[in-house]
Design a protein around this ligand. Structure first.
Ligand SMILES: [Fe+2]
Ligand SMILES: [Fe+2]
Length: 141
């Protein structure tokens, strides 16, 4: 659901080739497309979709000022936490399954998956540890 915006984009962007810088700019649009598709029906989910690439260094997508002013801070916190979980699991999934380069350069900052995640999500080490443990228990890491 978090990547639903990708259905609005040309299929060749996701055929497994190393995409160009221009193609990457196009791929980045999936977050706002996903937010637009969901916002009138499932605002909570729409915000998670729109923020799932915003919660790391050099992130993109919605900014934190999109939350309705009347929303309780606890709801905002929950959405940001879910967005971080989506983003971390998405990164692990991509690292384990994709053959293509990691476009944001995360792979150059640290030599291993945990190191990459720790650099990319400095405030979410506990979530990373839990996610890696889950993947390990499932036999993926
Ligand atoms: Fe995404
Ligand atoms: Fe994704």
């Amino acid at each position: 659901m978090h990547d639903i915006g990708k259905i609005t984009q040309p299929h060749p962007l996701f055929d497994g080739h190393n995409i160009s810088a221009e193609e990457y700019l196009e791929v980045k649009k999936h977050v706002l497309a996903g937010f637009d598709a969901l916002k009138d029906y499932y605002l909570f989910t729409a915000l998670c979709a729109g923020l799932h690439h915003s919660v790391f260094e050099k992130g993109y997508g919605l900014k934190a000022d999109v939350f309705p002013k009347e929303w309780h801070m606890g709801t905002v916190k929950k959405i940001l936490e879910i967005s971080a979980i989506i983003s971390i699991c998405d990164f692990i999934d991509a690292f384990l399954q994709r053959k293509t380069k990691i476009k944001d350069g995360s792979d150059k900052k640290a030599p291993d998956l945990k190191g990459m995640l720790y650099k990319k999500y400095p405030e979410d080490h506990k979530t990373i540890d839990i996610a890696l443990k889950k993947y390990k228990n499932l036999g993926f890491v």
